[in-house]
Design a protein around this ligand. Structure first.
Ligand SMILES: Nc1ncnc2c1ncn2[C@@H]1O[C@H](COP(=O)(O)OP(=O)(O)O)[C@@H](O)[C@H]1O
Ligand SMILES: [Mg+2]
Length: 281
């Protein structure tokens, strides 16, 4: 599964893990993709509850195979989920390919889900990884929300926060159009803009969030630098650069959450809601 930064990949993975937890399925969730092949196997074995996490690769693999065979005999599923898989090295991806060979004559012993940014697709398209690419049984791409979905998304979150029948009034349609333009449908950016717009609106004692409040918030977070018309004409490398900048901006925001104001803190992405992990809505 691939999708741009902030489109909800990790959220979906967490929903899946919740479902797996409810059943008898065992899973290894790996979110630190900057591991060597041996560290990857050690981590995976550790998470699956295997005893051997030593430095001997063959011991690790033998234990893993016995574990998977024993579970398969009991008709139990085992899943490996790797988040941020676009960061995996070619060596680790090759290790994962070898894991796909663990099978009986009829079934795979291990179900594997790779989740990452679009760079993962590019990696899988490379000549060196063609063997792994051929083994992918299902591929999907998480797209940003369309304007209609953005409206539903904001209203749903407002309702969860207790806005009830006022949800539609708080964010009028021209405000939603502005949010849509700045966020480009990325849920994490929608959250950031809405949270800060609500705080600004509250400070002004406004009855609803107006488009100019959204403009101000977007300027604070430097989201107004992304002109959609220009973006259409961007080359792929410029797109990557753009998303990197958005990611850095969001990360710097995460880093500053809960911390007091610092002299050298970046001038942008001022966390008006600092100290909370979840947005207001
Ligand atoms: N469909 C959705 N419904 C509710 N919240 C969402 C949805 N998609 C994304 N989010 C929220 O957007 C933010 C970013 O999602 P996340 O899963 O971390 O993105 P990614 O892993 O793709 O970078 C999170 O706060 C998440 O809760
Ligand atoms: Mg993620």
């Amino acid at each position: 599964m691939t999708g741009e930064v902030g489109t909800g990949k990790t959220l979906l993975v967490r929903c899946l893990l919740k479902l797996l937890k409810c059943g008898n399925d065992s899973y290894a969730y790996i979110f630190n993709s900057r591991l060597s092949p041996l560290e990857f196997l050690q981590y995976m074995s550790g998470v699956l509850g295997l005893k051997s996490t030593d430095n001997n690769k063959s011991t690790l693999l033998l234990d893993l195979v016995s574990f998977l065979v024993a579970r398969h005999e009991k008709r139990l599923t085992t899943v490996l989920v790797v988040d941020e898989a676009h960061d995996l090295s070619a060596d680790v991806l090759e290790e994962i390919r070898i894991l796909t060979n663990l099978e009986t004559t009829q079934e795979k012993l291990l179900q594997i889900l790779l989740v990452g940014q679009p760079e993962l697709d590019e990696k899988l398209d490379s000549f060196d990884l063609r063997q792994l690419k051929q083994r992918v049984a299902l591929r999907c791409k998480l797209e940003p929300l369309c304007p209609e979905e953005i409206k539903g998304y904001i209203e749903r979150r407002l309702q969860c926060a207790g806005a009830n029948s006022h949800a539609g009034e708080l964010f009028p349609s021209d405000t939603i159009a502005a949010i849509s333009r700045y966020s480009r449908g990325i849920p994490r950016l929608i959250n950031t803009v809405c949270e800060n717009a609500l705080i600004a609106g509250y400070a002004r004692q406004a009855r609803s969030v107006t488009p100019d409040i959204v403009d101000e918030v977007a300027a604070d977070f430097r989201l107004d630098t992304a002109d959609p018309v220009k973006i259409e004409a961007r080359s792929r490398s410029e797109e990557v650069e753009f998303w990197q900048a958005v990611k850095t901006s969001l990360e710097s925001r995460d880093d500053t959450q809960g911390a007091g104001p610092e002299e050298n803190s970046p001038p942008i992405a001022v966390p008006r809601g600092a100290g909370r992990n979840e947005p207001l809505i």
